[in-house]
Design a protein around this ligand. Structure first.
Ligand SMILES: [Zn+2]
Length: 298
């Protein structure tokens, strides 16, 4: 059983607190992973605020779990207070991560802007979003990125075509079942797409009766497809902070069950681009998640 852990880092706090904790745990377990980091500002306060709806924002903050899940500073980042940078605030941490053998890829520039306004971005704006993300990566690592994972699993034809010109090793923008080459307007692109194959923890907790960390770990072990490349996306903001125990049990359980952990770039290098299936990318809804995501089509 092969499994790739895709760790999305959406926020300043996620990178500062969640990533070091996850990296330390993964090193203790002898497991590698791929981190995808938002390269631009942390505007997550805007997204959290909108998710809770604008009316009665502050009182709802107290009643819901938002404060314990995100912390106050993240909630006001980009709303009451200036947005904090994500990647650029911790260049040394990111370089250490790569030096320790983890993969570090790009998770967009402004995560919230991409996720909420993707279809409203005109070509020059989208090109700028991509160019800014690449520029920050170059500033930190002195080389261009080799992998891109779209914020919120949201991608459209224009973005796929622009990114296809970037000469990436692979992308991971969608939810699906197996690696493929996306097709846009009937034309196959050249960059392979490695989809996330498993549901995320926030999707699962909303619909499954999983009272403790051990039951969450057992649930995921049952979801694994022994014959395929399993790609599991976790978040530095959740599995790296409040759900670290659950994530640790999952990693340990899978390792003890004989799973082979590999980085997504290692999986990508094993792919033969010419023999990959060509699939359209469609939009759909997933149980436990609000709003559309990009899904591997038939
Ligand atoms: Zn994200």
């Amino acid at each position: 059983m092969r499994i790739a852990l895709k760790i999305d880092v959406d926020t300043h706090e996620g990178l500062k607190t969640g990533v070091p904790a996850m990296a330390a745990m993964l090193r203790r377990e002898g497991v590698s992973a791929s981190f995808f980091v938002a390269m631009g500002p942390d505007n997550s306060g805007k997204a959290i605020r909108r998710a809770i709806t604008n009316r009665g924002f502050l009182s709802k903050m107290f009643r819901t779990r938002a404060v314990s899940m995100y912390g106050w500073r993240t909630i006001v980042s980009g709303t009451l207070l200036k947005a904090r940078p994500v990647a650029m605030a911790f260049p040394g941490l990111l370089r250490d991560l790569a030096a320790a053998g983890f993969e570090v890829g790009v998770h967009g520039y402004d995560h919230v802007r991409w996720q909420d306004r993707l279809d409203q971005l005109a070509e020059p704006e989208m090109q700028q979003e991509i160019a800014d993300a690449f520029e920050v990566h170059r500033a930190i690592f002195a080389e261009p990125p080799r992998a891109w994972a779209a914020p919120g699993w949201r991608i459209n034809g224009l973005a796929m075509r622009l990114l296809d010109r970037a000469g990436l090793l692979y992308r991971s923008d969608t939810r699906g079942i197996a690696p493929f080459r996306p097709q846009v307007d009937g034309e196959p692109l050249s960059t392979p797409e490695i989809p996330t194959t498993l549901p995320t923890l926030d999707e699962v907790l909303g619909r499954e009766k999983l009272p403790d960390a051990a039951s969450v770990a057992r649930f995921y072990q049952r979801q694994m497809n022994p014959g395929a490349l399993n790609v599991h996306t976790v978040h530095a903001e959740t599995e790296g902070i409040g759900q670290l125990e659950s994530f640790t049990l999952l990693v340990r359980g899978l390792r003890e069950a004989g799973a082979q952990f590999l980085r997504m770039d290692q999986a990508a290098m094993q792919l033969d681009r010419e023999s990959l299936p060509v699939c359209p990318v469609v939009r759909g809804l997933l149980p436990g998640r609000s709003g559309w995501v990009a899904i591997q089509g038939a």
